[in-house]
Write a protein that binds this ligand. Structure first.
Ligand code: IMP
Length: 201
């Protein structure tokens, strides 16, 4: 399907129960006049993330939301790959927060596992998958590279934002307003590819 134009639906289920992601995706979709429905408001269950790549997990979440709603669905699978930890937590980023999604603990674990490793480089990845009731699915990946700094700084955003300083800046994502992050973070870059592939009538 690569290269085919993509019709954007009028109504779209956001296949995520992660409030931080839903806020960012809502904001990115806002200019396109698409009615957005949250997975939580439809009581859609969260499927188990059994894939071993961001794309596999994004696809399974989008397909599950289509099956549960009968509507087109957009999912996001994302995470932080820390290169001094061989790419961990990666697809396990949410799971490092534990059942209570405690990202102070997850950030402390990253710091502890890095120890005195001088390699502080890291990348955020995001795969957005758009799935349709006819079974078709398209996926788009975005990435942003940066360095980790401790202790965490800033109270904007979510997850690992307070320890990630994107290349070219001195502030963490936690210290940036969403209006700024949405111009270049991993989710924005995946979204720009999706919009680039979309057909506007
Ligand atoms: P999942 O895609 O639902 O498996 O969860 C991805 C996890 O990666 C989130 O729970 C966050 O901890 C982390 N993550 C993904 N995107 C971001 C981001 O933009 N900022 C901070 N953390 C993120």
């Amino acid at each position: 399907m690569a290269g085919e134009r993509l019709d954007l639906p009028q109504r779209l289920v956001i296949a995520s129960h992660n409030a931080g992601k839903v806020v960012e995706i809502d904001d990115l979709l806002d200019p396109f006049g698409i009615e957005v429905i949250g997975a939580a408001s439809l009581n859609l269950p969260e499927p188990e993330e059994t894939g071993d790549t961001f794309e596999a997990n994004a696809v399974l979440k989008a397909v599950a939301a289509v099956e549960g709603s009968g509507l087109p669905a957009l999912s996001d699978d994302s995470g932080l790959s820390v290169w001094g930890l061989d790419g961990k937590p990666g697809i396990h980023s949410a799971r490092w927060g534990g059942p209570s999604m405690d990202f102070n603990a997850a950030m402390a674990r990253v710091e502890q596992e890095l120890g005195d490793n001088p390699d502080r480089s890291a990348s955020f990845f995001c795969v957005l998958s758009l799935a349709w009731p006819d079974g078709s699915v398209r996926s788009f990946e975005g990435r942003v590279d940066g360095m980790l700094e401790f202790p965490p700084r800033g109270d904007h955003g979510f997850g690992y934002d307070p320890i990630f300083v994107p290349d070219g800046d001195t502030r963490t994502f936690g210290e940036m307003e969403m209006a700024e992050k949405k111009t270049f973070n991993h989710r924005a870059r995946a979204f720009a590819k999706l919009i680039g592939a979309a057909d506007f009538h």
